[in-house]
Design a protein. Structure first.
Length: 310
């Protein structure tokens, strides 16, 4: 597994991060046992993945903690998140981080993120909540401050576009995939300028792993006049990608498309299936797609903004 310097954090991280939430939640949402979920984390670590992304709301922090119990803490990078939508206060931030640290079995997290922030909430969070993040950083309980956007609600990255101006984030979690490439123009120029680390979510969701969902996404884009119907074949929308590259599946192609996007550091991949994990690690270990394939994907989806691939 290749590694990369993680923006201004200076951390050396694997280009694939194990996403511990999402549709699978390490298998928790698909009725896998806790032991099986812990085994997935250990399998990823054994394969060279050193970046683990979880959150208090995922209910997987304790599984991550169990998986890393006997591993040198300096060899792994842990990102977790604090939810705020139901209730938030400086006291709840402190309490939330302490509880996350207990579940993870560690004295600090490398990245502590505000989870699922929308633009309308950002000013209040900046004034009332982020000072506590800075205090916790000064106390050594977190190393770097991050944020994740609410991509399904904010497909044009309004929150990140507005908040990056303040240059407070060390790490951002952004939705980006070949069906919605808007972050390329809206987010990445600013993160590159500020050397902000980028972890990509939504690289592969249902639309890029289930053929019928892909057709639905294409139809949505056509109806929104964000996709030229003459440029796609709805009978096999992305079949040409496999014909013109060495990618064996659309999922593989989708991961590789994201990994080599300028400005991207870590691509998150989550699963509770050991075979899927191996396939995803292999995909993110392969070279870029052919330049002409990437260029055609950029062209076809140049106006697409209303889908996330979910």
């Amino acid at each position: 597994m290749d590694t990369i310097l993680y923006g201004r954090t200076g951390l050396n991280v694997s280009v694939m991060g194990l996403g511990c939430g999402g549709p699978s939640g390490l298998g928790r949402k698909t009725n896998k046992s806790e032991a099986e979920s812990i085994a997935i984390v250990r399998q990823a670590l054994d394969a060279g993945v050193n970046y683990l992304d979880t959150a208090e709301s995922y209910q997987t922090e304790s599984m991550v903690g169990a998986a890393i119990r006997h591993i040198d803490r300096d060899q792994i990078v842990i990102s977790t998140k604090k939810s705020y939508r139901d209730e938030i206060s400086p006291q709840l931030v402190r309490q939330g981080l302490e509880e996350s640290l207990r579940r993870l079995g560690t004295e600090y997290v490398d990245i502590y993120n505000l989870h699922g922030v929308v633009a309308s909430d950002y000013p209040k969070l900046r004034e009332e909540i982020l000072p506590t993040f800075f205090d916790l950083r000064d106390e050594g309980k977190l190393r770097f401050i991050g944020v994740s956007e609410m991509f399904n609600e904010d497909t044009m990255h309004q929150m990140l576009a507005e908040s990056l101006v303040d240059d407070l984030w060390d790490v951002v979690m952004v939705g980006f995939n070949l069906l919605n490439q808007t972050a390329r123009d809206i987010v990445f120029p600013q993160t590159i300028k500020q050397n902000v680390a980028v972890q990509v979510m939504f690289a592969v969701r249902r639309a890029l792993s289930q053929p019928e969902k892909l057709v639905e996404a294409m139809q949505t884009l056509i109806a929104a006049e964000q996709l030229d119907p003459d440029e796609v074949d709805l009978a096999n929308p992305l079949g040409w990608v496999l014909q013109q590259s060495d990618a064996s599946t659309i999922v593989e192609a989708a991961y590789r498309f994201c990994r080599y996007e300028p400005g991207v550091h870590v691509v998150l991949s989550g699963t509770g299936n050991p075979e899927h994990l191996v396939a995803n690690i292999n995909a993110l270990s392969k070279p870029p797609l052919p330049a002409e394939v990437v260029e055609r994907l950029r062209h076809i989806f140049r106006n697409a903004s209303s889908v996330t691939g979910q």
